[in-house]
Every structure is written in structure tokens, then in C-alpha cells.
Write a protein that binds this ligand. Structure first.
Ligand code: NAP
Length: 486
């Protein structure tokens, strides 16, 4: 999308008289239509694990078609700038894709949104400057309205995404930073930016106001993210994705490019829908995520805290699972951090060889980004039909012999069902506590994302398996392998 923005912005209109230009134009329109259809199919296919790879490929082909279409349009293109842009982008993007681990995908996404939004803001600024060239006319208020929205959203998304990146990468304090009158100040700055934009729409000749608009939007982006805790960043990033998409959509109106309008609108809508899905899965509202300073909650000592927990060894865990008929594995953030998915696959193989029915319960917000668990388990080539969504699998827990929790915490916390004082009250959870035996692998009694105790660990049917997820699951798999060999 950033590359497309760059190419379209590098185009220079020319008089189209030659026949070749007509043919080029038809081919360009056809590639745009193909690209738009492929973008829509990509989004559809990306929504299910079984079709996600196809969706990814469709998106890539669509973007290639879009770039070819942009290059073929009725335009003379400055290729040297495009090549320079591709080289610089590739030099930044390729190492990020290769070396940043899967657990860092949220911050990587934040950075790419920052660059995309910066591109939109810069293209808008360049376009505004063009209005003041000799023989140029001042823009129509409608064009100016789209342009102001483009730079406002682009600028705030740029700084907001950089802040989100800083918090997720621990470069900035991850806790929510709050102060008195914060929401009022943020709101006042946003209103000021909107007022400046409106004045510019009707008085585009007031050049000095343009940098004021850029600055106000950039400041708002920073202030918007300050009160949001690092843990809420994935939801915020998805929202910023939506803003970046809308900014690109506005740019499509300014540059009269239909593909940018379509791609930007799809990006904007999908980001918004994803944020809504994440909020629902956490039983939170948008306002709570944006203004709730979640992550500040300091849980006081609970009754559960004072109880003792029962802990077990890898050998005990292997014996219990061996004797089970059905095991439901519940992966969570800890599995992702430990990169334990390949060991989990080994465990799955050993158990299924023994005739144990093994399924994986997928909570929509397990881990730190939507689809986090699906991606990791798919990487370890666990069959898709073994991955069961929360609503479908919850009814199976009372009949299952073992619920094996691997680095998950909040998504199996029964307090979400009954404790009205809990910050996660109302969040739908996986009913692991209803299994005959629960085994939970984690390194300590530390809390998870929501910062609260989990009463599940103190339940009579629960055995704690303390250790790093990768090492512990590996030990259990080894125990099973050893007993199979003897
Ligand atoms: P969680 O509640 O954050 O708990 C993860 C647990 O993993 C921790 O308690 C930690 O305990 C353990 N852990 C960490 N490193 C480990 C390692 N190397 N080996 C073993 N265990 C390890 O995770 P979750 O149950 O997956 O829940 C996700 C949370 O993130 C939810 O509250 C959700 O609302 C939130 N969230 C998710 C998304 C999303 O899109 N997925 C977006 C925003 C927020 P120890 O330190 O004791 O090991």
C-alpha cells in the first residue's frame, strides 16, 4: 500500500493523444479492477486459517497488479524516484520481516502503519504545495477538504503509531501515562486541528496554517497514545491501521485515483472491524480502550492468593496424559513467547499415536494479536481441523480428561464469569476449569496481561507445571517418547 501510494504520487499527467496511450489506459483500468477484486478476496480468505495462505497470495498478486496499473496509467513516471523508493523501502522492510520475531509482529505492524501514514501526509503536503506553482489554480473546497483530512489522519497516525511502536518495544514506559484534565486537553487539540482544517478548506491561500494543521495532528497522535497501556496497543494499532487506510482513501479522492479509494476504504473498514472484534472478545468498549488507562489496575491480594497450589513434574504430566482419552490444549501468550509450538507439535504426535484425542482451543484474543495462536500452530503444521474456536469447544470441556494450558492465563480465568469486581468480568473465556484435570504450564505465579490473579491455578483439579513452555512441553514429549520405547 505504501509502495502504491508512492508510485501514484510520483505520476505526472500528460496530454494523451497516441493510440498506445489508449491501450495503456484500458490495460491500466483492467489491472485496477483485477487488483480491487483480489484485495476483497484476500480479506475474505484471510479470515479463516484454512484459506489464509491463499488470501496472502491473492493480496500480493493484487498489489503487484495495482503497481503495474499505476505504472501503465496515462502518465509519465519518474522511474528514478520509484526505484530509489523501492530500494530504501526494501532495505528497511526486508530485515524487519526476516529478523523481527513473531512475538514482535504488533510493533512491526505499528512501524509499517507509521510509514504508510507518513507517506500519505507527505503526499498531501506535496500536493498542497503544487497549488501554488505558477499557472496553478487554488483547489476546490471539496478537494481541499479531502486533502486536509488526508494530512490530519496521516500525521496523527504517524506519531501515534511511532508511540505505539515505542511502547511495545519497551523504548517508552508501557504503563498508561495519565494526568488531570488529559481527556479535555486531547479533545481541545483535536478540535483545534479540525477548526484549522475547516479554515483551510475555504481559505487555502493561508499557507502558514498548513504546518499548524500538521503539527496539531502530530501532537494529538502522541497525546492519544500516552494514556493507553502497552498491553492495549494491539487494539490501538488496529485502530491506527484504520486511520491510515482512511487517509489513503482521502488521498485517492485528492489524486483522483479509484484504486487508492478502494484499497484505502478496505483498509480503513477492516482495521475498524478488527478493533471492534478485539474489544468484544475482551468485553471492553472503544472508550474504555482509548481512555480507560487499562493496565493500571493493581490487583489487591485475593482469597485465592493465600491458598497453596499443587505442582507437578513432567513425568507426572506425561503419565496423566497417557491415561487420558481426550486432551484439550489451550495455548496462550506464553507459548508464543517461548516459541514452544514445535514442541507442542511433538507432544501432539506422541499423544495421537497413543490414540488420545487432542484438540486445540483457540480464544479470539489469546496472545497479543488476533489469530496469534492460529499462525503459530499452523507454522508447526498442526492440522487445521484440530483447531477449534472458543464457542464450539467450550461444551467439550466437561467431557474432557485433561485441559492442558500452555502459557495462557486471562483467557482461562473463571473470574471473568462471576467476579463483578474483576477488570475482565464479562470477557468470554475458555472453560478449562470444567475439565476433569487441568494442567497449567507457566514459569511462576505471575499475572498475565490483565494484571490479575487467576483462581484456576488454586482449584482442586488443577496441577501447576512450573517452567518455560518450550522446555516443559519438550520434557513431557520426551517422557512420552521414552515410555513408548520401553
Ligand atoms: P496472558 O493472560 O497475558 O498470560 C500469559 C502467561 O504466559 C503469563 O501469565 C506468563 O506467566 C506466561 N508466560 C510468559 N512467558 C512464558 C514462558 N516462556 N513459558 C511459559 N509461560 C510463560 O495471556 P493469554 O491468556 O494468552 O491472554 C491474552 C491477553 O492479552 C488477554 O487478556 C487479552 O485480552 C489480551 N490482548 C490480546 C490481544 C489479541 O489480539 N490477542 C490484543 C490485546 C490484548 P509467567 O510469567 O508466570 O510465566
Amino acid at each position: 500500500m505504501n509502495a502504491l501510494t508512492f508510485i501514484i504520487a510520483s505520476e505526472t499527467p500528460v496530454a494523451s493523444t497516441a493510440v498506445a496511450t489508449d491501450i495503456q489506459s484500458v490495460v491500466a483500468s483492467a489491472t485496477y479492477i483485477i487488483a480491487a477484486v483480489l484485495f476483497i478476496l484476500a480479506l475474505k480468505w484471510l479470515s479463516a486459517p484454512t484459506t489464509a495462505r491463499r488470501g496472502n497470495i491473492a493480496g500480493q498478486i493484487g498489489m503487484t497488479a495495482a503497481i503495474i496499473g499505476a505504472l501503465l496509467g496515462h502518465h509519465v513516471v519518474r522511474y528514478e524516484w520509484i526505484v530509489a523508493g523501492f530500494v530504501i523501502g526494501a532495505l528497511i522492510g526486508a530485515p524487519m520481516a526476516i529478523w523481527m520475531p513473531m512475538t514482535a509482529v504488533p510493533q512491526r505492524t505499528a512501524l509499517s502503519h507509521a510509514f504508510g501514514a507518513l507517506a500519505a501526509a507527505l503526499v498531501g503536503t506535496a500536493h498542497y504545495c503544487l497549488f501554488f506553482q505558477p499557472a496553478s489554480l487554488l483547489p476546490h473546497p471539496l478537494t481541499m477538504g479531502f486533502l486536509c483530512l488526508e494530512v490530519l489522519l496521516g500525521s496523527l497516525t504517524f506519531t501515534g503509531s511511532l508511540m505505539a511502536f515505542g511502547k511495545l518495544q519497551d523504548l517508552l514506559p508501557t504503563r498508561p501515562m495519565v494526568y488531570r484534565g488529559q481527556n479535555f486537553i486531547n479533545f481541545a487539540i483535536l478540535i483545534a486541528a479540525v477548526v484549522v482544517a475547516v479554515v483551510l478548506v475555504f481559505n487555502p491561500q493561508l499557507r502558514w496554517l498548513f504546518p499548524v494543521l500538521l503539527a496539531l495532528a502530530a501532537i494529538f497522535g502522541v497525546l492519544l497514545i500516552l494514556p493507553i497501556g502497552g498491553a492495549d496497543m494491539p487494539t490501538v494499532i488496529s485502530l491506527l491501521n484504520s486511520y491510515a487506510g482512511l487517509s489513503a482513501c482521502m488521498m485517492g479522492f485528492v489524486l483522483d485515483n479509484r484504486l487508492l479509494i478502494i484499497a484505502g476504504a478496505l483498509d480503513g473498514a477492516s482495521g475498524l472491524i478488527l478493533s471492534i472484534i478485539m474489544c468484544r472478545a475482551m468485553n471492553r468498549s472503544f472508550t474504555n480502550v482509548l481512555f480507560g488507562a487499562f493496565g493500571q489496575v493493581q490487583a489487591g491480594p485475593t482469597a485465592a492468593e493465600k491458598k497453596a497450589v499443587r505442582s507437578g513434574t513432567a513425568e507426572e504430566a506425561a503419565q496423566i496424559m497417557e491415561a487420558a482419552q481426550s486432551v484439550i490444549v489451550i495455548p496462550g501468550y506464553g507459548m508464543a513467547v517461548a516459541q514452544a509450538q514445535h514442541k507442542v507439535r511433538e507432544l501432539y504426535d506422541h499423544l495421537t499415536k497413543r490414540g488420545v484425542d487432542v484438540k486445540f482451543a483457540i480464544h479470539p484474543v489469546a496472545g497479543r494479536m488476533p489469530g496469534h495462536m492460529n499462525v503459530l500452530l499452523a507454522e508447526a503444521e498442526i492440522p487445521y481441523d484440530r483447531l477449534v474456536e472458543m464457542d464450539e469447544i467450550n461444551g467439550d470441556f466437561p467431557r474432557c480428561d485433561v485441559a492442558l494450558v500452555i502459557g495462557a492465563n486471562d483467557v482461562v480465568n473463571p473470574a471473568a464469569r462471576h467476579d463483578k469486581a474483576s477488570p475482565i468480568y464479562g470477557m468470554p473465556i475458555l472453560d478449562a476449569d470444567r475439565a476433569k484435570t487441568v494442567m497449567a504450564i507457566k514459569r511462576s505465579m505471575n499475572v498475565g496481561f490483565a494484571g490479575i490473579e487467576n483462581e484456576l491455578y488454586y482449584a482442586e483439579n488443577c496441577m501447576m507445571l512450573f517452567g518455560d513452555a518450550k522446555a516443559f512441553v519438550g520434557s513431557v514429549a520426551k517422557e512420552l517418547a521414552d515410555t513408548a520405547a520401553t
